[in-house]
Design a protein around this ligand. Sequence first.
Ligand code: ADP
Ligand code: MG
Length: 408
Amino acid sequence: MAKEELVISLDIGSNSVHGVIAKYNEDNNKIEVLAGDTLFSDGIKDGAVIAIQEAYKTIGQILAKLEKNQEGEITKKVIGIRGLLIEVSSESAGVRISENDTEVRDDTIQELVDKIEDVKRISDKQEIIQIIPKEYVLDEQCVQDPIGMEGEYLELDALVVVATKTNMTNIRKAIDDESPLLYYGYNSVGDVLVSKEDKELGCVLIDLGGMTTGLVVYIDGKIKHVFELPMGADLITRDIIKKLRVSQKEAKSIKEKYGSVLEELIEQDSEFEYTVAGTRQQKYTRKQLVDIIKPQVDLQIDYILNSLKKKNIDIDVLAGGIILTGAGALLEGMAEAFEKALNCVTKIVNFTEDDIIADKKLVSSQLYTTAIATLCSEYKNQILIHNNDNSKSSSILSGFKKLLNIVR
Ligand SMILES: Nc1ncnc2c1ncn2[C@@H]1O[C@H](COP(=O)(O)OP(=O)(O)O)[C@@H](O)[C@H]1O
Ligand SMILES: [Mg+2]
């Protein structure tokens, strides 16, 4: 019997790497996550490799843990990338569909993608990671999916994700694979976790990470922007360290265990103990902790609002509101704080057991959301885009068709 094909998906995070190993369960058309692991790394910062030996070590450890006890063959590695070394810009291009055969086919799309690559002038220090279609226009009419349609002229308006070559080379080196499939993590998350309805209504997906916050804006059902802000939930931890004079580990644990953004959510205040400067025991209450957490969250919400304004996005007209994801969203009161500050509907999204086959704990932690979403992007392409071996075109073309059950 042929060995089962397994795929590893890694999410290179703010200062850690989250990874899952999975297979495609054909019986129910779902991804089955077999194991997940997450490790902090001194070699990774804001999605980039800053110390190759450290990063190589961490990633090696994660891969070994994921592969342990698995029967099957790892056929590919999929990487969700992000970080400040990545730039996203908007580009458009058009192609004339052949005179004899006016049907839009895969190769018409490929031609368009090649044109977009030509239009987007990159330096020899950069590489294109992904082309995310925003909108197709077939003979001046907007269409969702042009394949199979008849027409004369097809245009594509797309977001082009560009990364610095050196960083990508370091990532490839660290995972010991020269041609992993690369996806822009935030886009993958939006693709699978934001419902069609919310996209139509207009909404902003906000991925609250440790030191990065990713934003994906949808208007009229289409993706408009994807960008990242250099801040995150680790800054709350930092404020707790400063105020309580505890270790980073203790501050993180205090935040996750007792933290809340809003006082009104704490029905009955309670005390907890912590160790000051590694020696004395001190007591603090959950309500007192709100006074450390809330100012930082307010600052970050303000920053988000201002950066949306700079892009001329008026949150008041986006009826789908705010959609939160990322482990930072697990802090009690985070959604309520956004709702209150921005006066719009806010919800937290994540995969559910209906979407994928996986351990319940692994799914609910939010730690693997990006890694799983990136996997979905790849499976979607693998199934739909000609099943070819050309990893570049299959990843570059991502996002114009959907098949897996997960797509909301
Ligand atoms: N249960 C929780 N409650 C509150 N915050 C949490 C929880 N779990 C993780 N976090 C916080 O989420 C942040 C990490 O988010 P994550 O999405 O894993 O980061 P990244 O994607 O940037 O690697 C950290 O600041 C961590 O303390
Ligand atoms: Mg995350």
